[in-house]
Design a protein around this ligand. Structure first.
Ligand code: SER
Length: 316
């Protein structure tokens, strides 16, 4: 990869992936694009950027040509809960962007990373130790767009030789940019509320286990899969990856180790709860471990210590 385009660089993952990629590949080789939400100052000033709507294929092609792009990290998505409030918009944004990225790389034979998600699974999927290859019948528009994206990416690889790769991210926990409209957002908010008020009201019920991951591991995963030896990849789009699985009680217990007075109570959001109930409790990510050496560094306790420290410094 010589010149990389990051679409969705103002988002939760993009705002941290751009500086991470610039350290590896060089500041001028990573172009950050955004649409409505402005870029963070360090992302804007750290290298090239473009204000661009990636649902417009002509505009995307122009930018790809301008910077001689050979790899795209396509991070644009309307997340699960927000998608249920506006399924039409969610489908358009998620699918048009994915389709356009694959289409512009058809002639260039470049690379495309599009994250899939735990949201690609559905109620018929085995919930414990969810296999890499299993039933995928999601019931959210977000999940349906993720399964379609996985299939489309495989298709563009098989038919046109586009080097499309991806992972199924779990809930991502981070402290730079807030996620927006996801079912797993509570696991970010809980740290902010712990620092601000020493209490949190969870919108998912006790016993709702979901796969999760701290941002440093999510960034590593994105680069590792794109740099992996293609000869070793049997599953290109998309690999189950996880770093931990917890429910609200377990994350609260991890916070209490640092803050014994922390309190958790519940006000369950039925829409988010139904979505969470349709997703795996924990995935089997052995294919990622075997095919490209996936090996996350953060578990719940290590992440909690770091999150509390970083969020406290940020809110000071
Ligand atoms: N974090 C996403 C969501 O909750 C899942 O990929 O929608």
């Amino acid at each position: 990869m010589k010149n990389i385009l990051v679409i969705g660089a103002a988002g939760q993952i993009g705002s941290e992936l751009v500086p991470y990629l610039r350290k590896i590949y060089g500041d001028n080789h990573v172009v950050a694009t955004y649409n409505r939400t402005p870029l963070l100052e360090n992302v804007m000033e750290g290298g090239p950027s473009e204000n661009m709507d990636a649902t417009n294929g002509d505009v995307l092609l122009e930018v790809v040509k301008k910077y001689n792009i050979d790899a795209i990290y396509n991070l644009v998505a309307v997340l699960s809960a927000r998608g249920e409030a506006n399924p039409t918009l969610s489908w358009q944004i998620n699918m048009d962007t994915t389709f356009n990225c694959l289409e512009v790389m058809k002639d260039i034979k470049g690379a495309v990373f599009t994250p899939s998600s735990i949201g690609a699974f559905g109620p018929g999927t085995p919930m414990d130790n969810t296999p890499q290859d299993t039933v995928m019948r999601p019931t959210t528009i977000y999940g349906i767009s993720k399964v379609a994206g996985e299939l489309l990416a495989d298709y563009y690889y098989l038919k046109y030789g586009v080097d499309a790769r991806g992972v199924r991210y779990p809930g991502i926990i981070s402290n730079v940019t807030m996620p927006g409209g996801g079912t797993t957002d509570y696991a970010v908010e809980i740290y902010y509320e712990a620092i601000k008020n020493k209490k949190y009201t969870s919108n998912l019920s006790a016993g709702t286990f979901l796969d999760m991951m701290y941002m440093p591991d999510a960034l590593d995963a994105a680069v590792q899969i794109m740099e992996a030896d293609p000869a070793k990849l049997k599953h290109r789009n998309c690999f189950n990856i996880s770093a931990m699985s917890f429910d609200p009680e377990k994350i609260a217990a991890a916070i209490k180790k640092h803050m014994p007075e922390f309190e958790l109570d519940y006000n369950v959001d039925p829409i988010k709860q139904a979505i969470a109930d349709s997703w795996p409790n924990y995935m089997d990510d052995s294919a990622a471990r075997e095919e490209w050496g996936w090996n996350p560094k953060y578990d719940l306790d290590k992440m909690t210590a770091d999150m509390l420290e970083k969020v406290a410094a940020k809110l000071k």
